[in-house]
Design a protein around this ligand. Structure first.
Ligand code: HEC
Length: 120
């Protein structure tokens, strides 16, 4: 029994460590690729404040926007040409999305269920 509990807690701590690693990796990538246009805690810069994005958007929506901004920008209510398509690997996008999602624990859809913006 002890061994089962021990292996479960070991598995969970490895899992949490991995999630934390991804968030820290995403933070560095965000600073290098996004922070010139997106502020985190202060008002809008060239692009929207990313903490409000964390509050309003699902992970899938953020991933869709970062991967193909021109394709989904109209669904988000933005102009097509407003954000450039960045050359990032899918691993990088994954970490950046985890980081952005971690900025706000409470999400808009926790208050009222909303329809997803983007159809996948
Ligand atoms: C050259 C400037 C620029 C860079 C660099 C940039 N963005 Fe943007 N981003 C924008 C603009 C401009 C908008 C849309 C603003 C509008 O039209 O109102 C936007 C919109 C977004 C949105 C939609 C936000 C929302 O809540 O509607 C997300 C998500 C986003 N950017 C993520 C990123 C991420 C992640 C990176 C880095 C990998 C990044 N952006 C890099 C300029 C930039």
């Amino acid at each position: 029994m002890k061994i089962i509990i021990l292996s479960i807690s070991l598995f969970l701590s490895t899992l949490f460590a991995q999630i934390q690693d991804n968030i820290s990796r995403g933070e560095v990538l965000f600073q290098n690729n996004c922070a010139s246009c997106h502020n985190i805690f202060t008002k809008n810069n060239v692009g929207p404040n990313i903490k409000s994005t964390s509050f309003k958007r699902t992970k899938q929506e953020i991933r869709a926007y970062v991967t193909k901004p021109a394709r989904v920008s109209n669904d988000f209510g933005h102009k097509e040409e407003s954000m450039p398509t960045l050359n990032l690997s899918s691993d990088d996008v994954y970490s950046i999305v985890e980081y952005i999602d971690s900025l706000q624990r409470h999400k808009i859809w926790m208050k009222s269920p909303v329809k997803p913006l983007v159809k996948f």
